[in-house]
Design a protein around this ligand. Structure first.
Ligand code: DGI
Ligand code: FE
Ligand code: FE
Length: 191
């Protein structure tokens, strides 16, 4: 599936605003993939479909997690998380993408996970820094993303978790685990 065909498939599922965001994620993800050595084709596909389930009915997605998905913990940390694992499922079953690397990049694009692949980090980060995003601290992450993929992911995780904490919201445990693991790896490579 080329980029044009993929975009045509995702468009009906998104608002105009979300479609523009998706185009930005595609641009950032292909750049980052080139820079950090991930497969550009897979990065493009994962980016196109990363928010495929953003506007699905929440009850339908909860049912899907309960009945079909392995990781039930997505049910307990806020409805905004559901579109990532459910998106991976729908993209596999409705669009027919079977590549696990692509599906995992979609599945973990919101929360991250420990031992993320380079492709998963690329899509996670692209979602955060695409040109249409504007918020405090983003320029710093954009700068880091020019040279140090892990440090940029760490910074994005820090911003997201502190954003959630300031609002008294739950933080998904694997998001913290991702942060811890990347910090630990940095520390080890520094000594
Ligand atoms: O779908 P996007 O808006 O492009 O971005 P996203 O997939 O990163 O989703 C952002 C939303 O997910 C935002 O409302 C914050 C929420 N979120 C991200 N990480 C966590 C989280 N919510 C909880 N409860 N825990 C997390 O770790
Ligand atoms: Fe998303
Ligand atoms: Fe997104």
């Amino acid at each position: 599936m080329n980029q044009e065909q993929a975009l045509k498939k995702v468009k009906p599922h998104l608002t105009e605003h979300r479609y523009k965001h998706t185009l930005g994620v595609v641009q950032s993800a292909t750049e980052l993939a080139h820079r950090f050595g991930a497969d550009r084709e897979k990065a493009m596909l994962a980016a196109v479909f990363h928010d495929y389930a953003k506007f699905r009915d929440k009850e339908e997605m909860k049912r899907l997690v309960r009945e079909k998905l392995n990781d039930k913990s997505f049910l307990n940390y806020g409805e905004e998380l559901l579109h990532a694992p459910c998106g991976a499922y729908y993209v596999e079953h409705e669009i027919g993408i079977t590549d696990d690397d692509v599906l995992n990049a979609i599945r973990y694009h919101t929360t991250g996970r420990p031992d993320m692949t380079v492709l998963e980090k690329v899509v996670f980060l692209a979602d955060y820094i695409e040109p249409g995003r504007h918020f405090k601290g983003i320029e710093e992450v954009r700068e880091l993303a020019k040279q140090d993929l892990d440090q940029a992911v760490i910074e994005a995780l820090k911003n997201t978790t502190s954003f959630l904490m300031r609002r008294n919201q739950l933080v998904f445990p694997d998001t913290i685990a991702t942060y811890n693991q990347l910090i630990e790896e940095k520390r080890r490579s520094d000594v």
